[in-house]
Design a protein around this ligand. Sequence first.
Ligand code: EPZ
Length: 426
Amino acid sequence: MDTLLIRGGRPLHGVVPVSGAKNASLPILIATVVAPGEHRLQNVPDLVDTSSMLSLLGRIGCPSLVGDTTRVDTSRVAFCEAPYDLVRKMRASVLALGPLLARCGEAHVSLPGGCAIGVRPIDQHLKGLEALGCRFDLEGGYVHGRVDKLRGAEFRFDLVTVTGTENVLMAAVLAEGTTVLENAAAEPEVEDLAKFLSGCGARIEGAGTSRIVVHGVSSLRPSPQAHRILPDRIEAGTYLVAGVITRGNVRCEGASASDLAPVLEVLRNAGAEIDHGEGWVSAGASGRVRPFDITTAPHPGFPTDMQAQVMSLASLALGTSSITETIFENRFMHVAELMRLGARVHIDGRTATVTGQPCLSGATVMATDLRASASLVLAGLAAEGTTEILRLYHLDRGYERLVEKLSAVGASVMRGQEGRPNLAVA
Ligand code: EPZ
Protein backbone atom coordinates (compact mmCIF):
# COMPACT_ATOMS: atom_id res chain seq x y z
CA MET A 1 0.00 0.00 0.00
CA ASP A 2 1.29 3.44 -0.92
CA THR A 3 2.69 5.76 1.71
CA LEU A 4 3.91 9.34 1.63
CA LEU A 5 7.34 10.22 2.95
CA ILE A 6 8.00 13.82 4.00
CA ARG A 7 11.21 15.33 5.30
CA GLY A 8 9.91 18.33 7.20
CA GLY A 9 11.29 21.65 8.36
CA ARG A 10 11.69 23.28 4.94
CA PRO A 11 9.89 26.58 4.26
CA LEU A 12 7.83 26.28 1.06
CA HIS A 13 8.09 29.04 -1.52
CA GLY A 14 6.49 29.25 -4.94
CA VAL A 15 3.35 28.83 -6.97
CA VAL A 16 0.82 25.99 -6.81
CA PRO A 17 -1.70 25.63 -9.69
CA VAL A 18 -5.14 24.95 -8.21
CA SER A 19 -7.12 22.13 -9.81
CA GLY A 20 -10.84 22.02 -10.52
CA ALA A 21 -13.06 21.48 -7.48
CA LYS A 22 -13.74 17.83 -6.60
CA ASN A 23 -17.01 18.79 -4.92
CA ALA A 24 -18.25 20.64 -7.98
CA SER A 25 -17.02 18.01 -10.49
CA LEU A 26 -18.90 15.17 -8.81
CA PRO A 27 -22.41 16.67 -9.00
CA ILE A 28 -21.79 18.23 -12.40
CA LEU A 29 -20.58 14.94 -13.92
CA ILE A 30 -23.77 13.12 -12.88
CA ALA A 31 -25.92 16.15 -13.73
CA THR A 32 -25.08 15.54 -17.40
CA VAL A 33 -27.73 12.78 -17.19
CA VAL A 34 -30.59 15.31 -17.06
CA ALA A 35 -29.58 16.77 -20.45
CA PRO A 36 -29.28 14.02 -23.15
CA GLY A 37 -26.34 14.51 -25.52
CA GLU A 38 -22.60 15.10 -25.50
CA HIS A 39 -21.33 17.40 -22.74
CA ARG A 40 -17.91 19.05 -22.60
CA LEU A 41 -16.38 19.88 -19.22
CA GLN A 42 -13.06 21.62 -18.57
CA ASN A 43 -10.86 21.63 -15.47
CA VAL A 44 -12.21 18.30 -14.17
CA PRO A 45 -9.53 17.15 -11.72
CA ASP A 46 -7.90 13.75 -12.21
CA LEU A 47 -8.86 12.14 -8.89
CA VAL A 48 -9.93 8.72 -7.68
CA ASP A 49 -13.38 10.16 -6.92
CA THR A 50 -13.90 11.72 -10.34
CA SER A 51 -12.78 8.44 -11.94
CA SER A 52 -15.35 6.65 -9.77
CA MET A 53 -18.09 9.01 -10.96
CA LEU A 54 -17.06 8.47 -14.58
CA SER A 55 -17.22 4.70 -13.93
CA LEU A 56 -20.73 5.14 -12.57
CA LEU A 57 -21.71 7.06 -15.71
CA GLY A 58 -20.25 4.24 -17.80
CA ARG A 59 -22.22 1.66 -15.81
CA ILE A 60 -25.53 3.42 -16.59
CA GLY A 61 -24.65 3.59 -20.29
CA CYS A 62 -23.01 7.02 -20.61
CA PRO A 63 -19.49 6.78 -22.04
CA SER A 64 -16.88 9.46 -21.36
CA LEU A 65 -13.52 10.52 -22.67
CA VAL A 66 -11.11 12.21 -20.26
CA GLY A 67 -8.71 14.93 -21.42
CA ASP A 68 -8.18 18.70 -21.18
CA THR A 69 -11.84 18.70 -22.08
CA THR A 70 -13.74 15.78 -20.55
CA ARG A 71 -16.55 14.60 -22.78
CA VAL A 72 -19.58 12.74 -21.43
CA ASP A 73 -22.27 11.35 -23.76
CA THR A 74 -25.61 10.95 -22.00
CA SER A 75 -27.67 10.41 -25.17
CA ARG A 76 -28.74 7.04 -23.78
CA VAL A 77 -29.23 5.84 -20.22
CA ALA A 78 -29.41 2.06 -20.23
CA PHE A 79 -29.56 1.39 -16.48
CA CYS A 80 -30.93 3.40 -13.58
CA GLU A 81 -28.77 1.92 -10.87
CA ALA A 82 -25.81 3.06 -8.76
CA PRO A 83 -24.47 -0.29 -7.48
CA TYR A 84 -23.04 -0.99 -4.03
CA ASP A 85 -19.52 -1.69 -5.29
CA LEU A 86 -19.30 1.89 -6.60
CA VAL A 87 -21.28 3.65 -3.87
CA ARG A 88 -19.26 2.08 -1.04
CA LYS A 89 -16.12 3.55 -2.65
CA MET A 90 -17.62 6.95 -3.11
CA ARG A 91 -20.65 8.08 -1.16
CA ALA A 92 -21.21 10.98 -3.57
CA SER A 93 -22.70 8.34 -5.91
CA VAL A 94 -25.91 9.07 -4.00
CA LEU A 95 -26.05 12.13 -6.27
CA ALA A 96 -27.33 9.77 -8.97
CA LEU A 97 -30.78 9.75 -7.33
CA GLY A 98 -32.03 13.12 -8.54
CA PRO A 99 -30.73 12.93 -12.11
CA LEU A 100 -31.93 9.33 -12.70
CA LEU A 101 -35.39 10.10 -11.32
CA ALA A 102 -35.58 13.20 -13.52
CA ARG A 103 -34.35 11.35 -16.62
CA CYS A 104 -35.89 7.88 -16.24
CA GLY A 105 -38.60 8.19 -13.59
CA GLU A 106 -36.80 5.60 -11.49
CA ALA A 107 -33.54 5.15 -9.60
CA HIS A 108 -31.98 2.28 -7.65
CA VAL A 109 -29.09 3.58 -5.58
CA SER A 110 -27.21 1.65 -2.93
CA LEU A 111 -27.41 3.27 0.49
CA PRO A 112 -23.98 4.86 0.97
CA GLY A 113 -23.44 3.66 4.52
CA GLY A 114 -21.40 5.69 6.93
CA CYS A 115 -17.78 6.69 6.69
CA ALA A 116 -14.94 7.67 9.01
CA ILE A 117 -16.35 11.13 9.73
CA GLY A 118 -19.92 10.15 10.51
CA VAL A 119 -23.14 8.25 9.80
CA ARG A 120 -24.04 10.72 7.04
CA PRO A 121 -27.71 9.79 6.48
CA ILE A 122 -29.61 10.85 3.34
CA ASP A 123 -33.03 11.48 4.87
CA GLN A 124 -33.05 15.08 3.63
CA HIS A 125 -32.31 13.95 0.07
CA LEU A 126 -35.33 11.64 0.18
CA LYS A 127 -37.66 14.15 1.88
CA GLY A 128 -36.80 16.80 -0.71
CA LEU A 129 -37.31 14.44 -3.65
CA GLU A 130 -40.58 13.16 -2.10
CA ALA A 131 -41.77 16.77 -2.02
CA LEU A 132 -41.38 16.72 -5.82
CA GLY A 133 -43.55 13.60 -6.08
CA CYS A 134 -40.96 10.82 -5.80
CA ARG A 135 -41.71 7.68 -3.80
CA PHE A 136 -39.02 5.56 -2.16
CA ASP A 137 -38.70 2.20 -0.53
CA LEU A 138 -35.58 0.78 1.06
CA GLU A 139 -34.81 -2.84 0.31
CA GLY A 140 -31.65 -4.90 0.20
CA GLY A 141 -29.50 -1.96 1.18
CA TYR A 142 -30.77 0.03 -1.80
CA VAL A 143 -33.01 3.05 -2.14
CA HIS A 144 -35.58 2.31 -4.86
CA GLY A 145 -37.13 5.50 -6.16
CA ARG A 146 -39.96 6.07 -8.61
CA VAL A 147 -41.84 9.09 -9.93
CA ASP A 148 -44.58 9.38 -12.55
CA LYS A 149 -44.25 13.13 -12.94
CA LEU A 150 -42.00 15.54 -11.05
CA ARG A 151 -44.00 18.48 -9.77
CA GLY A 152 -42.52 21.70 -8.39
CA ALA A 153 -42.99 22.28 -4.64
CA GLU A 154 -41.91 24.45 -1.74
CA PHE A 155 -39.47 22.54 0.48
CA ARG A 156 -37.45 23.56 3.50
CA PHE A 157 -34.44 21.44 4.46
CA ASP A 158 -34.37 20.58 8.18
CA LEU A 159 -30.61 21.16 8.07
CA VAL A 160 -28.15 22.45 5.52
CA THR A 161 -26.97 19.63 3.28
CA VAL A 162 -24.72 20.21 0.27
CA THR A 163 -25.41 17.03 -1.72
CA GLY A 164 -29.00 17.02 -0.47
CA THR A 165 -29.48 20.45 -2.04
CA GLU A 166 -27.75 19.27 -5.21
CA ASN A 167 -29.84 16.10 -5.51
CA VAL A 168 -33.14 17.97 -5.21
CA LEU A 169 -31.94 20.75 -7.52
CA MET A 170 -31.04 18.23 -10.25
CA ALA A 171 -34.59 16.86 -10.15
CA ALA A 172 -36.40 20.20 -9.78
CA VAL A 173 -35.00 21.54 -13.06
CA LEU A 174 -37.24 19.08 -14.95
CA ALA A 175 -40.28 19.29 -12.63
CA GLU A 176 -43.56 20.79 -13.82
CA GLY A 177 -43.93 24.19 -12.17
CA THR A 178 -41.82 26.10 -9.70
CA THR A 179 -39.76 24.70 -6.82
CA VAL A 180 -38.60 26.84 -3.88
CA LEU A 181 -35.82 25.36 -1.71
CA GLU A 182 -35.42 27.01 1.69
CA ASN A 183 -32.42 26.46 4.00
CA ALA A 184 -30.50 25.29 0.94
CA ALA A 185 -26.71 24.93 0.92
CA ALA A 186 -24.98 28.07 -0.39
CA GLU A 187 -21.57 26.53 -1.09
CA PRO A 188 -19.77 27.77 -4.25
CA GLU A 189 -19.92 24.20 -5.59
CA VAL A 190 -23.75 24.32 -5.48
CA GLU A 191 -23.58 27.59 -7.41
CA ASP A 192 -21.29 26.01 -10.00
CA LEU A 193 -23.74 23.11 -10.45
CA ALA A 194 -26.55 25.61 -10.97
CA LYS A 195 -24.42 27.46 -13.52
CA PHE A 196 -23.82 24.20 -15.40
CA LEU A 197 -27.55 23.34 -15.36
CA SER A 198 -28.46 26.86 -16.51
CA GLY A 199 -26.05 26.38 -19.43
CA CYS A 200 -28.18 23.36 -20.36
CA GLY A 201 -31.34 25.51 -20.33
CA ALA A 202 -32.46 25.22 -16.69
CA ARG A 203 -34.07 28.26 -15.05
CA ILE A 204 -32.57 28.71 -11.57
CA GLU A 205 -32.48 31.78 -9.30
CA GLY A 206 -30.71 32.24 -5.98
CA ALA A 207 -28.06 29.51 -6.28
CA GLY A 208 -25.31 30.38 -3.80
CA THR A 209 -27.89 31.59 -1.28
CA SER A 210 -30.07 29.66 1.17
CA ARG A 211 -33.17 30.19 -1.00
CA ILE A 212 -33.12 28.67 -4.47
CA VAL A 213 -36.04 29.08 -6.91
CA VAL A 214 -36.29 26.70 -9.88
CA HIS A 215 -38.74 27.15 -12.74
CA GLY A 216 -39.03 23.65 -14.22
CA VAL A 217 -38.64 23.13 -17.98
CA SER A 218 -39.76 20.20 -20.15
CA SER A 219 -36.30 19.25 -21.42
CA LEU A 220 -32.64 20.18 -21.25
CA ARG A 221 -29.76 19.76 -23.69
CA PRO A 222 -25.97 20.03 -23.41
CA SER A 223 -24.65 23.58 -23.44
CA PRO A 224 -22.95 24.60 -26.70
CA GLN A 225 -20.16 25.99 -24.50
CA ALA A 226 -17.86 23.74 -22.48
CA HIS A 227 -18.45 24.28 -18.74
CA ARG A 228 -15.30 25.05 -16.77
CA ILE A 229 -15.30 23.61 -13.24
CA LEU A 230 -14.52 26.27 -10.61
CA PRO A 231 -11.22 26.07 -8.70
CA ASP A 232 -11.06 23.86 -5.62
CA ARG A 233 -11.18 26.20 -2.61
CA ILE A 234 -10.32 23.38 -0.20
CA GLU A 235 -7.27 22.26 -2.17
CA ALA A 236 -6.18 25.92 -2.36
CA GLY A 237 -6.80 26.43 1.37
CA THR A 238 -4.69 23.37 2.12
CA TYR A 239 -1.70 24.71 0.16
CA LEU A 240 -2.11 28.18 1.68
CA VAL A 241 -1.87 26.64 5.14
CA ALA A 242 1.26 24.81 3.90
CA GLY A 243 2.86 28.19 3.14
CA VAL A 244 2.02 29.47 6.61
CA ILE A 245 2.84 26.37 8.67
CA THR A 246 6.28 25.99 7.02
CA ARG A 247 7.00 29.74 7.47
CA GLY A 248 7.41 30.21 3.75
CA ASN A 249 5.00 31.72 1.26
CA VAL A 250 2.81 29.86 -1.23
CA ARG A 251 0.79 31.44 -4.03
CA CYS A 252 -2.22 29.50 -5.30
CA GLU A 253 -2.77 30.27 -8.96
CA GLY A 254 -6.45 30.05 -9.89
CA ALA A 255 -7.73 30.39 -6.30
CA SER A 256 -10.72 32.61 -5.54
CA ALA A 257 -10.22 34.94 -2.56
CA SER A 258 -13.99 35.33 -2.15
CA ASP A 259 -14.61 31.56 -1.97
CA LEU A 260 -11.79 31.36 0.58
CA ALA A 261 -12.90 34.39 2.63
CA PRO A 262 -13.66 32.57 5.92
CA VAL A 263 -10.32 30.73 5.78
CA LEU A 264 -8.30 33.83 4.86
CA GLU A 265 -9.90 35.74 7.74
CA VAL A 266 -8.73 33.12 10.26
CA LEU A 267 -5.22 32.99 8.78
CA ARG A 268 -4.94 36.78 8.66
CA ASN A 269 -6.13 37.17 12.27
CA ALA A 270 -3.55 34.56 13.29
CA GLY A 271 -0.84 36.78 11.87
CA ALA A 272 -0.27 35.14 8.48
CA GLU A 273 0.74 37.36 5.54
CA ILE A 274 -2.20 37.12 3.12
CA ASP A 275 -2.33 38.69 -0.32
CA HIS A 276 -4.52 38.19 -3.36
CA GLY A 277 -5.09 39.49 -6.86
CA GLU A 278 -6.97 38.59 -10.03
CA GLY A 279 -7.18 34.81 -9.88
CA TRP A 280 -4.58 34.15 -7.19
CA VAL A 281 -4.18 34.09 -3.41
CA SER A 282 -0.95 33.83 -1.41
CA ALA A 283 -0.24 33.06 2.24
CA GLY A 284 2.91 32.88 4.30
CA ALA A 285 4.49 33.56 7.67
CA SER A 286 7.90 34.33 9.10
CA GLY A 287 7.30 32.66 12.47
CA ARG A 288 4.74 30.93 14.64
CA VAL A 289 1.17 32.22 14.24
CA ARG A 290 -1.06 33.47 17.02
CA PRO A 291 -3.71 31.05 18.37
CA PHE A 292 -7.23 31.27 16.95
CA ASP A 293 -10.75 29.99 17.64
CA ILE A 294 -12.97 28.54 14.90
CA THR A 295 -16.38 26.94 14.68
CA THR A 296 -17.21 25.16 11.43
CA ALA A 297 -20.47 26.09 9.71
CA PRO A 298 -22.16 25.87 6.31
CA HIS A 299 -20.89 28.41 3.74
CA PRO A 300 -20.19 31.27 4.17
CA GLY A 301 -19.05 30.00 7.58
CA PHE A 302 -15.70 28.34 8.19
CA PRO A 303 -15.67 25.16 6.02
CA THR A 304 -15.58 21.84 7.84
CA ASP A 305 -13.31 20.56 5.05
CA MET A 306 -10.58 22.92 6.29
CA GLN A 307 -10.94 22.10 10.00
CA ALA A 308 -8.31 19.36 10.14
CA GLN A 309 -5.83 21.43 8.16
CA VAL A 310 -6.00 24.47 10.44
CA MET A 311 -5.73 22.20 13.46
CA SER A 312 -2.24 21.30 12.26
CA LEU A 313 -1.45 25.01 12.14
CA ALA A 314 -2.90 25.51 15.64
CA SER A 315 -0.61 22.72 16.90
CA LEU A 316 2.33 25.08 16.35
CA ALA A 317 0.66 28.37 17.37
CA LEU A 318 1.91 30.66 20.15
CA GLY A 319 -0.87 29.70 22.58
CA THR A 320 -4.11 27.77 22.92
CA SER A 321 -6.69 27.53 20.12
CA SER A 322 -10.27 26.23 20.19
CA ILE A 323 -11.74 24.31 17.25
CA THR A 324 -15.42 23.35 17.27
CA GLU A 325 -16.78 20.98 14.61
CA THR A 326 -20.54 21.42 14.14
CA ILE A 327 -21.10 19.64 10.81
CA PHE A 328 -19.94 16.05 11.36
CA GLU A 329 -20.06 14.08 14.59
CA ASN A 330 -16.73 12.35 14.19
CA ARG A 331 -14.36 14.65 12.38
CA PHE A 332 -11.49 14.58 14.87
CA MET A 333 -9.91 11.35 13.57
CA HIS A 334 -6.74 13.31 12.79
CA VAL A 335 -6.23 14.30 16.45
CA ALA A 336 -4.72 11.02 17.64
CA GLU A 337 -2.36 11.01 14.66
CA LEU A 338 -1.34 14.64 15.15
CA MET A 339 -0.56 13.81 18.77
CA ARG A 340 1.88 11.17 17.54
CA LEU A 341 3.73 14.06 15.91
CA GLY A 342 3.80 15.94 19.22
CA ALA A 343 0.61 17.99 19.04
CA ARG A 344 -1.23 18.58 22.30
CA VAL A 345 -4.99 18.39 21.82
CA HIS A 346 -7.82 17.86 24.30
CA ILE A 347 -11.25 16.92 22.97
CA ASP A 348 -14.44 17.72 24.86
CA GLY A 349 -17.47 16.73 22.80
CA ARG A 350 -17.34 18.71 19.56
CA THR A 351 -14.59 21.06 20.69
CA ALA A 352 -10.87 20.43 20.47
CA THR A 353 -8.54 22.59 22.55
CA VAL A 354 -5.11 22.78 20.94
CA THR A 355 -2.10 23.92 22.98
CA GLY A 356 0.51 25.13 20.51
CA GLN A 357 3.98 23.61 20.73
CA PRO A 358 7.31 25.08 19.60
CA CYS A 359 7.80 22.19 17.21
CA LEU A 360 6.46 18.84 16.02
CA SER A 361 8.62 15.80 15.32
CA GLY A 362 8.28 13.34 12.48
CA ALA A 363 6.74 9.89 12.98
CA THR A 364 4.75 7.24 11.12
CA VAL A 365 1.06 8.16 11.08
CA MET A 366 -2.13 6.75 9.59
CA ALA A 367 -4.50 8.59 7.28
CA THR A 368 -8.15 7.96 8.17
CA ASP A 369 -10.09 10.17 5.76
CA LEU A 370 -9.40 12.69 3.05
CA ARG A 371 -9.01 15.92 5.00
CA ALA A 372 -7.45 14.22 8.01
CA SER A 373 -4.70 12.97 5.72
CA ALA A 374 -4.22 16.51 4.40
CA SER A 375 -3.70 17.72 7.98
CA LEU A 376 -1.03 15.05 8.50
CA VAL A 377 0.78 16.19 5.34
CA LEU A 378 0.79 19.76 6.66
CA ALA A 379 2.07 18.68 10.06
CA GLY A 380 4.74 16.51 8.40
CA LEU A 381 5.90 19.43 6.26
CA ALA A 382 6.45 21.49 9.43
CA ALA A 383 7.76 18.72 11.68
CA GLU A 384 11.45 18.10 12.30
CA GLY A 385 12.65 14.86 10.75
CA THR A 386 10.80 12.43 8.53
CA THR A 387 7.09 11.64 8.60
CA GLU A 388 5.57 8.63 6.87
CA ILE A 389 1.84 8.72 6.16
CA LEU A 390 0.15 5.33 5.65
CA ARG A 391 -3.06 4.64 3.66
CA LEU A 392 -2.34 7.23 1.06
CA TYR A 393 -5.42 6.27 -0.96
CA HIS A 394 -7.40 8.69 1.19
CA LEU A 395 -5.34 11.60 -0.16
CA ASP A 396 -5.57 10.41 -3.75
CA ARG A 397 -9.34 10.86 -3.57
CA GLY A 398 -9.10 14.63 -3.31
CA TYR A 399 -5.65 16.02 -4.13
CA GLU A 400 -4.48 15.94 -7.74
CA ARG A 401 -0.70 15.60 -8.30
CA LEU A 402 0.05 16.36 -4.63
CA VAL A 403 3.70 15.19 -4.67
CA GLU A 404 4.40 17.15 -7.85
CA LYS A 405 2.76 20.32 -6.53
CA LEU A 406 4.50 20.16 -3.15
CA SER A 407 7.89 19.33 -4.68
CA ALA A 408 7.57 22.33 -7.01
CA VAL A 409 7.46 24.67 -3.98
CA GLY A 410 10.44 23.05 -2.25
CA ALA A 411 8.99 20.23 -0.19
CA SER A 412 11.04 17.06 0.28
CA VAL A 413 8.32 14.50 -0.37
CA MET A 414 7.97 11.20 -2.17
CA ARG A 415 5.66 8.22 -2.42
CA GLY A 416 6.84 5.04 -0.76
CA GLN A 417 5.58 1.52 -0.16
CA GLU A 418 4.40 0.38 3.26
CA GLY A 419 6.76 -2.10 4.84
CA ARG A 420 9.52 -1.50 2.30
CA PRO A 421 12.72 0.27 3.36
CA ASN A 422 12.39 3.73 1.94
CA LEU A 423 15.35 5.74 0.80
CA ALA A 424 15.96 8.50 3.29
CA VAL A 425 14.12 11.46 1.80
CA ALA A 426 16.74 14.01 0.81
C1 EPZ B 1 -20.50 17.54 1.15
O1 EPZ B 1 -20.82 16.31 1.77
C2 EPZ B 1 -19.06 17.43 0.73
N1 EPZ B 1 -18.93 16.34 -0.25
C3 EPZ B 1 -18.18 17.15 1.95
O2 EPZ B 1 -16.83 17.12 1.52
C4 EPZ B 1 -18.36 18.30 2.94
O3 EPZ B 1 -17.62 18.02 4.10
C5 EPZ B 1 -19.84 18.46 3.30
O4 EPZ B 1 -20.62 18.63 2.09
C6 EPZ B 1 -20.09 19.66 4.20
O5 EPZ B 1 -19.65 20.82 3.57
C7 EPZ B 1 -19.30 16.56 -1.53
O6 EPZ B 1 -19.77 17.63 -1.88
C8 EPZ B 1 -19.13 15.42 -2.49
P1 EPZ B 1 -23.85 17.37 4.02
P2 EPZ B 1 -22.36 15.98 2.12
O7 EPZ B 1 -25.01 16.62 3.46
O8 EPZ B 1 -23.25 16.65 1.17
C9 EPZ B 1 -26.11 15.67 7.84
C10 EPZ B 1 -14.66 16.28 1.36
O9 EPZ B 1 -13.78 16.16 2.21
N2 EPZ B 1 -27.12 15.16 6.90
O10 EPZ B 1 -23.76 18.83 3.76
O11 EPZ B 1 -22.47 14.51 2.29
C11 EPZ B 1 -24.76 15.01 7.67
O12 EPZ B 1 -24.71 13.81 8.41
C12 EPZ B 1 -16.08 15.90 1.70
O13 EPZ B 1 -14.48 16.74 0.20
C13 EPZ B 1 -28.27 14.56 7.41
O14 EPZ B 1 -28.45 14.42 8.60
O15 EPZ B 1 -22.51 16.68 3.53
C14 EPZ B 1 -23.82 16.06 8.19
O16 EPZ B 1 -23.78 15.97 9.61
C15 EPZ B 1 -16.19 15.31 3.10
N3 EPZ B 1 -29.20 14.11 6.53
C16 EPZ B 1 -24.49 17.38 7.81
O17 EPZ B 1 -25.86 17.04 7.54
C17 EPZ B 1 -29.04 14.25 5.16
O18 EPZ B 1 -29.94 13.83 4.41
C18 EPZ B 1 -23.91 18.05 6.56
O19 EPZ B 1 -23.78 17.05 5.58
C19 EPZ B 1 -27.87 14.87 4.68
C20 EPZ B 1 -26.94 15.33 5.57
